[in-house]
Design a protein around this ligand. Structure first.
Ligand SMILES: Nc1nc2c(ncn2[C@@H]2O[C@H](COP(=O)(O)OP(=O)(O)O)[C@@H](O)[C@H]2O)c(=O)[nH]1
Ligand SMILES: [Mg+2]
Length: 309
């Protein structure tokens, strides 16, 4: 235990890639390594980029990487796309787009396939972020599709969450209300080269006023494909981070994240143990599910038995 972690701490990129694969595959062996890494983490600035598919998140991340490299900062990226767990199509596209940075040792990009095992998406993402943090990356960016609850949860890992929207979708702003508003520290209205960007900014501002959030939520316009507004976007991210650092906010976020992760780890562990117990008794999960569906068993009794051991 800890052999991979030691190599990660020495900056071994291949060891980091291997550990992230263990994490993505929900291999229990990853935990021992992460335990060794933990004391060396907590230094990276963590940024979440979320929004609907096609909003321009990957393009923005690509430009942000270039901007940060220009400032001499090292960058880690975790790209999560649960909308294509089987084809991995979007993820492959992201990889190609970001390949300019692939040969830069100051950049590490990892796509998460999240193969839908018992381990959760946010758990795997958080653990990969931790590896990049331990590697010494100054900034770690998580790109995630802001469609489901899981993806909203992922935002809890970040110091600053950027919600990317594009103009011309009046309903889009409406759809944002649920859940996403609570996690947004910053809105990026991307594709500002298209008609209606100012309208979207106005709609967002109005929505923020109506929601009566105490927080200052900045709105930045970008044309990611042209690299416009990227400096302003980064400045707004920095301003938010400095605001957190200057008050109780940073520790509050870290504590919230720690609480969330602890619950996830506990849940994973207990779930794994319970499933192992059931399997040891000769019952297969799918078989039990079939018997429950047929009303031969009820799920409450099965769970009770599995939990009791
Ligand atoms: N017109 C315009 N297109 C953009 C802009 N940013 C990204 N795109 C395009 O929008 C499409 C989706 O971008 P992508 O970054 O893959 O979006 P993601 O799904 O949110 O990661 C791509 O074809 C981009 O080239 C922009 O600022 N203006
Ligand atoms: Mg993308």
């Amino acid at each position: 235990m800890g052999a991979l972690a030691d190599r990660v701490l020495q900056g071994d990129v291949r060891a980091a890639a291997r550990l992230m694969r263990l994490i993505d595959d929900a291999q229990p062996a990853a935990e021992g390594e992460l335990r060794v890494l933990f004391p060396s983490t907590g230094r990276a600035q963590l940024i979440g980029i979320t929004g609907n598919p096609g909003a321009g998140k990957s393009t923005l991340v690509d430009r942000l990487i270039a901007h940060l490299r220009g400032m001499g900062k090292t960058v880690g990226v975790v790209a999560v796309d649960p909308t294509s767990p089987f084809t991995g199509g979007a993820i492959l596209g992201d990889r190609i787009r970001m390949q300019d940075h692939a040969l830069d040792p100051g950049v590490f990009i990892r796509s998460l396939a999240t193969r839908g095992q018992l381990g959760g998406l946010s758990r795997a993402t958080g653990d990969c972020v931790r590896v990049l943090d331990a590697m010494g990356k100054d900034v770690v960016i998580v790109e995630t599709v802001g469609v489901g609850q899981d993806e909203v949860e992922v935002c809890r890992l970040a110091h600053t969450t950027v919600v990317v929207v594009m103009p011309g979708l009046g309903d889009d702003v409406q759809a944002i209300k649920a859940g996403i508003l609570e996690v947004a520290d910053l809105f990026c209205v991307n594709k500002a080269d298209r008609e209606g960007a100012d309208r979207t900014v106005r709609d967002l501002r109005q929505m923020l006023e109506l929601s009566a959030t105490e927080r200052e939520v900045a709105i930045v316009k970008c044309v990611a494909s042209q690299g416009e507004g990227i400096g302003e976007l980064w400045d707004a991210i920095e301003a938010h981070y400095r605001f957190l650092q200057g008050g109780p906010g940073l520790l509050q976020r870290e504590t919230q994240r720690a609480r969330f992760e602890l619950i996830e780890i506990l849940r994973d562990r207990m779930l794994r143990a319970a499933v192992e117990r059931l399997t040891a008794q000769g019952a297969h999960l799918d078989e039990l599910a079939l018997r429950i569906a047929r009303r031969d068993l009820d799920p409450y009794s099965v769970a009770e038995e599995a939990a009791r051991g």
